[in-house]
Each structure stands twice: as C-alpha cells, then as structure tokens.
Ligand binder design. Sequence first.
Ligand SMILES: C[S@@+](CC[C@H](N)C(=O)[O-])C[C@H]1O[C@@H](n2cnc3c(N)ncnc32)[C@H](O)[C@@H]1O
Length: 230
Amino acid sequence: MKIKLTNDGSRTLYSEKLNASYHSESGAWSESRLVYLEHSGVDSSLGSGDTTNVLEIGLGTGMNFLVTADRAIKFNTPLTYTAIDNFRPPTTLIRELSLQSQLHTPGLETAWLNYYDQPIQHAQPATWVPPVVFTPLVGQAESLIQDENLLPSCSFDAIYLDAFSPAISPELWTEPFFGDLHRVLKTGGRLTTYCVKSVVQKRLKSLGFHVQTPAGPEGGKRQVLLATKD
Ligand SMILES: C[S@@+](CC[C@H](N)C(=O)[O-])C[C@H]1O[C@@H](n2cnc3c(N)ncnc32)[C@H](O)[C@@H]1O
C-alpha cells in the first residue's frame, strides 16, 4: 500500500494488490466534502444544530469521518458516527496523509492518530472528541448490516457508501445489501456514493429509493449519486 497525491493537493491511499485508490484521484478531500458531507445533508443538518447519525460503509483512512467530525465540532452539534471496515491500514501510512492540513479543529489529526493506535473496541461507542461519538464495527459489512441489535431499523440520517468499486467489492453493491441499508435509514434519510453505474441506480430504485445524480466535485466525476429514502 502506498500514498497517492490527488489533484486537489490532498493525499489518499492506493492499494497495489487491488489496484484501487481509497478516494478519487481527482481530489480526495473534494470528494469527502462534496459527495459525503454535503450531498448527504449532514453538513446542513450539523450547521442547523440537529443531532445527526451517520453510518459509513468503508472507514478506510478515516478521512470522511474527520471531515464530518470537524463540522460537528465547529457547530458544537452532537454527531454519532458508526463506521464499518474489515481492514485497518497501518498508522504509519495514516500519518503520512497529513490529514490536519484540511481540518479546522486544532489537534484533530493527532486525536485521530492516538485513537487509531489503540486496539479497536468493536461496537463500543466512545465520546471521541466532544460532541462526536464514534462507534467502530469491525468485519464484513454485508454480515454486520443484518444485525438489527447492532444497527436498528430507521436509525441513521445518512449513509456514506464508500466501498471499493462493484468490480472489487461486489458484495457491497447487491440488492440485498442495499435493502439492509434502506432498513437502517430513517425516512427522508440519504445515501450517497461516488458510483453512478446504471445497475446500482436500478437496484436502489427497485427498493424504493428516490435516486438523483448531482454534479461531482470540480475536476472529478461528472455525476455522483444521491439516493433518498422516501
Ligand atoms: C474506498 S475505501 C474507503 C475510504 C474511506 N471512506 C476513507 O475515507 O478513507 C473502501 C473500504 O472498504 C473496505 N472494505 C472492502 N470490502 C469490505 C467489506 N466486505 N466489508 C467491510 N469493509 C470492506 C476496505 O477495507 C476499505 O477501507
């Protein structure tokens, strides 16, 4: 695994084994901000002071998490963030991403690196930096998502679906998996992702999601995906 510089000056990870980047090569931070924080409605909900519950599929480096936590801290709005992953990149690589350079809250990257270095407390909510409560879930997302005690129905305002592509992680783009994501979203909740493949849109629509394809980040994908639970 190595560090990759993306076109907006931010860095991400690249897996040679999978031949896949953790973020868009046209801009890691731009993607985190627009596709996940903004299109999901989380930015405006935190800005309005509304307690917000986010589920992320694919925590990876934690960049999407930090972008979101940064806003919650700025507005002092409670954020509960649950993130699933089955792999944890080494801390040395996370340190090389220089995540602080794009964050407003002083010391946020250091807090993340300190937290990241500890053994993972699976399914244990912890007040990471107030007002942010973080719950890591370790394992296969397609199995964990079926656990209704862990992930109760209608409990999330937003889902960041940041899996690798359907070619690399097909298990995270199936209709049954999307059905589970639909179950855990609140009515009116939003699922966002970078992938606009027609088969993905078709599967989401068949479950009753209202699917839109807003513009992607400047210099990046022309369109990204926003699916709302009606
Ligand atoms: C595109 S990366 C996520 C990038 C991340 N959101 C970030 O901000 O750095 C995809 C992530 O999905 C994880 N992953 C792949 N297959 C998975 C599965 N079946 N269940 C859980 N996590 C999976 C990978 O380990 C990887 O961290």
